[in-house]
Design a protein around this ligand. Sequence first.
Ligand SMILES: *Cc1c(COP(=O)(O)O)cnc(C)c1O
Length: 461
Amino acid sequence: MHPHFRTIIEPFRIKTVEPIQFTTWEQRADIIEAAGYNLFLVRAENVLIDLLTDSGTGAMSSFQWAGMMQGDESYAGARSFYKFEAAAQRITGFKHIIPTHQGRAAERILFGNVCKPGYVVPNNTHFDTTRANVECQGAQALDLPCAEAHQPALIAPFKGNMDVDALTHTLQTVPRDQVPVVMLTVTNNSGGGQPVSMANIRAVSQVCHAHGVPFFLDACRFAENAFFIKQREPGYADKTALEIAQEMFSYADGCTMSAKKDGMANIGGFLALHDDDLAQRCKNTLILTEGFPTYGGLAGYDLEAIAVGLEEVLHEDYLRYRLRSIAYLGEKLDAAGVPFMKPTGGHALYLDAAAMLPHIPASHYPAQALAVALYQEGGIRSVEIGSVMFGRVHADGSEEPAALELVRLAFPRRVYTQSHVDYVAEVVTYVARLKDNLRGYRISWQPPQLRHFSAQFEPLR
Ligand SMILES: *Cc1c(COP(=O)(O)O)cnc(C)c1O
């Protein structure tokens, strides 16, 4: 970068365009009503800016598409597998790289091989599929986030850290053979996309190894985490993102990875580890459920796309632009007085619906009301992360609300430009001004589990 120019630009130009669909306010009113006010049930073509998730929604580069043409679709020993393996090993240093169709398949295989009923798996904060895969083995998924993680308005550099004292206490009290693995999620997705410091990774690793417990990273956003370390942690400003990522992995015994995030691909993942015996057992499970160990449920061309993606995600122009897009939206919303979790995370901004809509009680789902309003007013799709997703329904039908009422605006990688972000800021600010007119919702139908995907809502008047 030239030292005099401070504008951070998109580090790419556009070769292929995908038109997005404009709808009128009246059309969106009909669409959202027909969807039962559930944004998961709206067709993507009726969304103008889709910030539902950053998972598998990114744009691939011309190099990735070119790589896909070279996909080797051989069942065993495909050339594409060795490219993929080399790309993952260069960053992680792990001996065994086991491809899977996405991150949760890696979790399923790992926990299926190490967990038993009654076991405990500590994590800074489990992602929902990680928790579900631990619990489905009958084990306990224990979240040990640092104290700062509980304060949405507090600005701190590494709010994704694990509480090391709480981990030490856990490892001193739970028998050694009942803690099969400790995990650290980088960045901490469920905790707001907040990074984990190198000091914390090192400290967690030391505590684990002092107690003889393997330490794994949930590495879905390892590159975003590495760049936050470069920007915020003393001693790392002059290291490359690759060197920082390599150091992060050097403290761990293995990792699970969703290539739909920092793999820059539309599908894929892997499990990686040093331990020969555990790797053999995991490969046996892989053959049962995913496929032969040199393709693991993926096409050869997917392995090519991931191999190139893992290299591109560590380009610092890309990471600077990536983190800046979210921070830029945060600056605009801050200036407009819109409440959100601070500081902004690596992949998403989380609006604080409880602070914005104090007149809507948790039992009327304020974050759902906000998410629907963003779609109704501006055609923006976000996701409710509040009492619809995490409220606990008791046997008598009563509900315990979630701790926070958030709306997540997650950014697909390399998809939207600065004017799209300006538009998002304008819509959110407009809705924040309308807030006194917003009303809550009631759930008119819900399934027994994971209700946020399919529940039907009715507006309260
Ligand atoms: C997305 C994600 C997963 C699961 O990966 P999938 O590819 O969606 O199965 C696991 N952990 C974290 C932190 C994630 O963000």
